[in-house]
Design a protein around this ligand. Structure first.
Ligand code: C2E
Ligand code: MG
Ligand code: MG
Length: 724
């Protein structure tokens, strides 16, 4: 577009240039033309005179005395006025005396010649002196006789004066050169004269002026007599073809130019705006790519970049560097109870408090939902870092004001130091993360520096995760469910089983389920594991249509909405009816996330699935509290059953049983190992029992066998043990 505009400007420039050039050439032509015109005017008068002055009759007539005025009027005087528009004619005798005069078409007194003498005398003298025919003009048409002509001022007016001898055309009348009668013609350079010239030679507005007129774009040429006096100027309006073309085209071109200019401007400004917008959005995108929108802090990618840079500096200058990994404690609860906007506000406030605790050149980033990282560059020593950590822990412990309510959270911090713990980003962040994990497991709201022994723990843990993944990939070979029978104290019959996970580790042998479950929870594999347990237990339960099957579930499973869907699917498969399925959830798990878990339990109950509160008594909940939840059964923890031997223990168990029964809950006692315990439990009204006294957890086949024996003997080993 710009190129088109430039081209247009170039064309315009060219047009103007060629126009001016055409004008210049036209001016030259005009000058040459005017010179020619003037000389032709002179010649014209001379030629006109010759039509009568080169004539035998005329020679004879002007010799006659008295003159035949009538003839002279007709042929040498007035006739010229009519024939050639000559203004005045004089005839001079050989002594240069005027003998005839004609002015303005009328015969006049010869004395009138006085007015012409001033100009004519010079010409007459020159003519007489030369005595031979000389043409003044440069015209191609040769003159028949000698003559003299010149411009001059006559009667105060510019005039052309031409003098011709009256000579014989046949040559038969001899005349001595210089003695001929002379014919003087005067033509005034008046408007009529110039009008004639103008129309004849195409000179517009031709006229005479005493002075050169440069106004109004006129051109002029000075008219000089033979003595070099300027007698005036011939003016005309120059022929300017270029200017005419330009004048004709200019408006059109101007409009085109303006339009193109406007278009170019429009496109250019749009392009500029686009470029500007693009640059803007690029900057925005870059900012978004490196910053956390909520807090304005750097994000993970920027953190990594900054850490690399800081580590490079630390390596070069052999300086210290501390990396702090911070995780907020109880943030999730605040988010869940006060809502996301409050959670966002909390994160923003935390970011502000963190920034306030570090120096301006330390770098704070938000690297996850409630995770922050701080790079402390060149701290004085370890103590300085400890002080920062302590301040941060204290700051985050202070209450936060969130939309009218106060929130209490905490910060756990893991610290790794460079070069002590490594000079590589991955290494350092891994170690800070390990230290953070330890700070969290040690009780939160504290900081922990990395130590090599943590690494050993982590490695062991990671090994377990790896093994667990393998076990899950190969479930049916490494994992199994054992079932511990549950008996009713009323009849002594087996009424249910509890599914308990067993892991046959290829190297370490049988692994306790509690560790396995914790590892699965930590490594995010608990859902997969839980699903497997649920499916396996339901499959196995097909063989025992009279039994209830209890499955232990992790609180993490219950927090995910998927769990209810999975249970629904399992029930839909038809392997088991809902009333035969029971989920066991520990009391502590219920208390950790009462809302989420409560919802899930309600949904399960909606499906017809019962819920048992496992390990009851080890947590800190009260029975009245439990009432609020959709719980059907309480399982008295083994430790209480164990304490039945003591008076206080027995009283406690009795109290639990009474309270639970009063609240309409079913009761199962776990870990019953002694007949006395069982007897006591029956006496106080506990519904069911489970423990090594009756049966250890055993493989599914063994349960089938037990049931068979039960049928065969009407009452199985359980009944015997129960003393029924
Ligand atoms: P729990 O649900 O309370 O299971 C009862 C535990 O007590 C079992 O240990 C069982 O073997 C043991 N036990 C039963 N009777 C006696 C007894 O008379 N004396 C003694 N000393 N112990 C007895 P186990 O199988 O090692 O399971 C430990 C815990 O692991 C379980 O406690 C349960 O919380 C968890 N667990 C087991 N399987 C699973 C599972 O599939 N999923 C989940 N999430 N947790 C499971
Ligand atoms: Mg259990
Ligand atoms: Mg238990």
């Amino acid at each position: 577009m710009l190129a088109a505009f430039c081209l247009l400007v170039l064309i315009l420039g060219l047009l103007f240039w060629s126009g001016k050039e055409a004008d210049r050439i036209a001016r030259h032509r005009d000058r040459a033309l005017v010179a020619l015109v003037l000389s032709q005017m002179v010649d014209r008068v001379g030629h006109a005179q010759e039509s009568s002055t080169v004539w035998d009759d005329a020679v004879l007539q002007v010799r006659r005395r008295p003159l035949d005025m009538g003839w002279i009027d007709q042929n040498l005087g007035i006739w010229f006025q009519n024939y050639a528009g000559i203004d005045e004619i004089y005839i001079l005798d050989p002594q240069n005396r005027p003998v005839y005069a004609m002015r303005d078409g009328r015969r006049a007194k010869p004395e009138a010649f006085i007015a012409v003498e001033g100009v004519a005398d010079r010409l007459v003298a020159a003519l007489r002196k030369s005595g031979k025919p000389v043409g003044r003009g440069q015209s191609d048409v040769a003159m028949l006789s000698a003559g003299r002509a010149d411009f001059g001022i006559v009667r105060g007016r510019p005039a052309l004066v031409s003098v011709k001898p009256i000579v014989s055309d046949s040559g038969r009348i001899p005349q001595k050169p210089g003695t001929e009668a002379l014919h003087v013609a005067v033509e005034y350079l008046d408007a009529e004269f110039f009008g004639r010239i103008g129309s004849q030679f195409g000179l517009a507005d031709a006229h005479y002026a005493i002075a050169p007129d440069t106004l109004r774009g006129q051109r002029s040429v000075g008219m000089q007599d033979h003595q070099g006096h300027t007698i005036g100027y011939l003016h005309w309006r120059p022929f300017a073809p270029g200017s005419q073309v330009i004048a004709a085209l200019a408006p059109v071109l101007l409009v085109v130019l303006l339009l193109t200019g406007a278009l170019v401007y429009l496109l250019a400004s749009r392009l500029a705006r686009r470029t500007h917008d693009l640059e803007d959005s690029r900057r925005h995108a870059q900012h978004r790519a490196t910053h956390d929108e909520l807090t304005g802090l750097g994000n993970r990618s920027m953190f990594e970049q900054r850490l690399d840079e800081a580590l490079a500096r630390a390596r070069r200058h052999k300086t210290l560097l501390a990396l702090l990994y911070i995780d907020l404690d109880r943030f999730k609860q605040v988010n869940d109870t006060l809502g996301h906007p409050a959670g966002d506000a909390l994160i923003r406030q935390v970011a502000r408090r963190l920034l306030a605790e570090v120096r301006i050149y330390d770098f704070v980033a938000r690297v996850g939902g409630d995770e922050f990282a701080i790079i402390v560059g060149e701290p004085e020593n370890r103590h300085a870092v400890e002080r920062i950590c302590a301040r941060i822990v204290a700051e985050v412990e202070r209450p936060f004001d969130l939309a009218g309510s106060q929130a209490f959270i905490g910060a756990s911090i893991g610290v790794a130091l460079a070069p002590l713990h490594g000079l590589d980003r991955t290494e350092l962040t891994r170690k800070a993360d390990i230290a953070l994990y330890r700070a969290k497991t040690e009780g939160r709201s504290r900081y922990r520096f990395f130590t090599p022994d943590l690494d050993v723990d982590v490695q062991a843990r990671e090994e377990t995760y790896r093994d667990l993944r393998q076990a899950l990939a190969d479930c049916d070979r490494q994992l199994a469910l054992h079932y511990q029978p549950i008996y009713t104290l009323e009849t002594g019959h087996m009424v249910g089983v509890e599914a308990l996970l067993r892991w046959y580790h290829p190297e370490h042998g049988l692994m306790p389920p509690a560790d396995l479950v914790r590892s699965a929870e930590e490594s995010g594999l608990i859902e997969v594991l839980g699903d497997w347990v649920l499916h396996r237990a339901v499959q196995d339960a097909r063989a025992w249509p009279t039994l209830r099957v209890a499955v232990n579930v992790s609180p993490l499973q219950l927090r995910s909405r998927k769990f209810v869907d999975t249970v629904r699917q399992v029930l839909a498969s038809g392997a088991i009816t809902a009333d035969r399925l029971e989920v066991e959830l520990t009391e502590t798990a219920l208390m950790a996330a009462p809302d989420e878990v409560g919802h899930c339990l309600a949904a399960l109950r909606g499906l017809g699935v019962a819920c048992a509160l496992d390990d009851f008594g080890t947590g800190y909940s009260s029975l009245s509290h439990i009432r609020d939840f959709a719980v059907d059964r309480v399982k008295i923890d083994r430790s209480f059953v164990n304490a039945i031997d003591t008076k206080a223990g027995a009283a406690l168990v009795e109290a639990i049983v009474n309270l639970a029964r009063a609240n309409g809950l079913r009761l199962t006692a776990e870990g019953v190992e002694k007949p006395e315990q069982q007897a006591f439990l029956r006496r106080v009204g506990c519904h069911e029992v489970q423990g090594f006294l009756l049966s250890k957890p055993i493989p599914a086949d063994s349960i089938t066998q037990l049931l068979q024996d039960d049928v065969d003997h009407d009452a199985g080993p359980g009944a015997a043990a129960l003393g029924l």
